[in-house]
Ligand binder design. Sequence first.
Ligand code: NDP
Length: 333
Amino acid sequence: MATFKAIRIDKAEKGQTVGLVDFDEKELMDGDVTVAVEWSTVNYKDGLAVTGKAPVVRRFPMIPGIDFVGTVESSANPEWKAGNRVILNGWGTGETHLGAYAEKSRVKGDWLVPLPAGMTGREAMAIGTAGYTAMLAVMALEDRGVTPDRGPVVVTGAAGGVGSVAIALLAKLGFHVVASTGRPQEGDYLKGLGAKELIDRAELAAPGKPLGKERWAGGVDSVGSTTLANILATTKYGGAVAACGLAGGMDLPTSVAPFILRGVSLMGIDSVMCPQARRRQAWKRLASDLDRSKLGTIASEIGLADVIATGQAILDGKIRGRTVVKIRPDVQN
Ligand code: NDP
């Protein structure tokens, strides 16, 4: 029996069991490309999956993990051949399709994007789904004409994965970045990424008025709920806010005032089913517009065996930036 190391989630009488196992290759799901997985990451959604805190996993057994970088082992898809290095983000991996926390994965070739030239696999996963989502958010703001001369941009959940990469991207593009965080002790880290101002996230968390003083031309929000409502209420005339996440709650207690009185746009960001052309564009932009030297401070590294504990830690708000998972101990970059 051919096996490989994987994190496996099984349904239990109450909840689920999760552990590092030898996974039988025969249990791999259908797909036209088989990939030797080298790097993955721990995203917020992965934390929800490994802990079972939210119903992210919709098939059992499941290998969690929503993103990876690896090398194609074999392919029946004309676009890919053995030896190609590829990135996968989303498409239901780790939710409905066996995912990234495994030395091997079989997926649809249509889900893959090429690892950009000059970018290492480790760098791509230091960016990961959170960073690629941050890029999609920045592109959405650009689509709405938010440029540095229009005013500051606010980034919420600043010390998290999406927030950290969003700050680095926006700073490099010349924006005055206001970072909203609940961790003032991460002030030096956030300024190192390029934030010009820090605000306490409590300032944005309390229920606010339908409209407030105009503070920023745009925002990248990972928090949702009253935080997103307050950002919308304080966005300048004609500005735009990209909504990526729900770290503070799924609700959105807002009014139509920012939209109908200030022409503010709320841009929804989805990384999972994002069409290929847009995701390829995002990875191209990440290769050119992100100062990759910042990834050294953004990302820390763990092994496959540490994924479960880190999944709990990200839900507890204890992870700064991004966590890269070295799937194969012998991989170099
Ligand atoms: P992280 O856990 O790394 O970051 C979230 C950050 O949000 C934390 O670091 C913290 O920042 C802040 N935060 C946490 N809890 C609260 C709270 N109760 N109230 C206010 N702020 C809070 O997660 P990611 O960056 O990986 O993901 C962020 C969000 O984006 C998640 O909800 C995730 O599900 C979502 N997401 C969505 C994607 C999409 O396709 N739309 C793709 C990827 C992620 P600080 O300590 O600085 O305050």
